[in-house]
Design a protein around this ligand. Structure first.
Ligand code: ZN
Length: 54
C-alpha cells in the first residue's frame, strides 16, 4: 500500500486553515477553515480592520 495515497484521499483532502494555518481534513471541497471557531475569528478580524477607518 502507498502511504502517500492514503494521506491524500479524495474524500478527505488535507488543507491548511486560512486563519490559524493548521493542517486539517476538509469535510467539504470549499472548506478553508479547520473549525467554525476559526471562521468566526477570521470574519471578526476582517470586519474590525474595516472599522479602523475612523
Ligand atoms: Zn484554524
Amino acid at each position: 500500500m502507498m502511504l502517500s495515497f492514503m494521506l491524500t484521499d479524495n474524500d478527505n483532502p488535507i488543507r491548511l486553515c486560512r486563519h490559524c494555518t493548521k493542517a486539517f481534513v476538509a469535510n467539504r471541497p470549499s472548506a478553508v477553515f479547520c473549525s467554525p471557531w476559526c471562521k468566526n475569528k477570521y470574519n471578526v478580524y476582517k470586519s474590525r480592520s474595516k472599522d479602523k477607518k475612523e
